[in-house]
Write a protein that binds this ligand. Structure first.
Ligand SMILES: [Zn+2]
Length: 327
């Protein structure tokens, strides 16, 4: 049953409105379709190019959301951010996009079938963030990804799902070809707990990735200079390890096959896991309300969502930098 169809339609409408608001600065693209639902629906997976064509090509930064169909906070944070930076009358209007200093490419909903079905997984029951085929060194028994059955959560599937392939095509198209660019890509998720984590690779091993020094410098910059001190930065495996992380696969593919190390370009995937209880810090009385615990601060969702605008703006502006800035 498609209990989330109205919700999905609402988001799609906002995406079309964003295309309208952005005028010449925004172009709608499609990178594929979701898995078919039992009812026979296949949903298109849309991407938006925001900025001049040259900046999209030479200075692209990425943001994606909705890999897990239940984590709609990430989708709403992203749509709010786009409205905020594209409205000409908004305080947040980003002139850097218009001037071609940086380009932004987004997939607001990677897993539209999961949103429509109100499931974490895609319509085939596959958890896309366990789907890459990468084997972790060790991972928690169920949560780390399992190959037994799609009837249990965290199912890894047998091969790349259509949504995973769409995300790969997106990454390959916009980020792999550049010779000279810093290309951070942020994947928005939400998790249990109060802390906002920003993770870099790897999810599958505690060994540091090749770009750890660059990630550390960027984190320090965002934390100290840009004052985003509430975010906790680090490799994902510091929090937990999982099998099948898509970013592990794309990152390794880039490092091993695309960039021989001679290019002054870096593809830098990051995951923001929004602590869904993070607004409780501001209003501790919520925790004592019955609804507050299971449905954190529904009345305060809007305020929670807008608190990510500054962080996302500073994240996008990283695309203006060069590799030598982080050495
Ligand atoms: Zn997630």
């Amino acid at each position: 049953m498609l209990r989330g169809l109205r919700r999905l339609n609402r988001y799609e409408k906002r995406i079309l409105d964003i295309v309208k608001i952005g005028g010449k600065l925004v172009r709608l693209q499609q990178f594929g379709f979701s898995r078919k639902t039992e009812e026979g629906f296949r949903f298109p997976i849309h991407a938006l190019e925001i900025g001049t064509e040259k900046a999209i090509q030479k200075k692209p930064v990425g943001i994606v959301a909705g890999v897990h169909g239940l984590e709609t906070v990430g989708i709403r944070i992203l749509l709010d951010f786009l409205e905020y930076i594209l409205h000409k009358k908004s305080d947040g209007y980003m002139t850097e996009l218009e001037k071609g200093k940086v380009g932004l490419v987004v997939i607001p909903i990677v897993n539209p079938g999961g949103v429509a079905k109100k499931t974490r997984s895609n319509p085939a029951g596959v958890d896309l963030m366990r789907n890459s085929g990468v084997e972790a060194e060790s991972a928690p028994l169920l949560f780390g990804g399992q190959k037994w059955t799609s009837k249990l959560p965290y199912y890894r599937g047998n091969s790349l799902e259509p949504e995973s392939r769409a995300l790969y095509r997106f990454v390959h198209h916009y980020f792999y070809p550049n010779e000279n660019a810093i290309m951070p890509v942020l994947d928005l998720h939400s998790g249990f707990g109060t802390i906002d984590h920003v993770w870099w690779p790897y999810a599958g091993t505690k060994s540091p990735c090749q770009d750890t020094p660059v990630y550390e410098k960027i984190s320090e910059f965002l934390k100290v200079i840009k004052r985003h001190s509430r975010f906790k930065f680090g490799p994902q495996s510091e929090t937990y390890t999982t099998h099948g992380d898509l970013w592990d696969r794309f990152y390794d593919h880039y490092v091993e096959k695309v960039n021989d190390g001679k290019k002054n370009a870096r593809f830098l995937p990051l995951t923001l896991e929004v602590g869904t209880w993070s607004d409780i810090k501001d209003n501790p009385s919520k925790i004592f309300r019955k609804r507050g615990i299971f449905n954190p601060a529904k009345e305060n969702k809007f305020e929670t969502i807008v608190t990510y605008r500054d962080f996302l703006r500073d994240f996008v502006l990283l695309g203006q930098s060069n590799l030598k800035d982080w050495k």
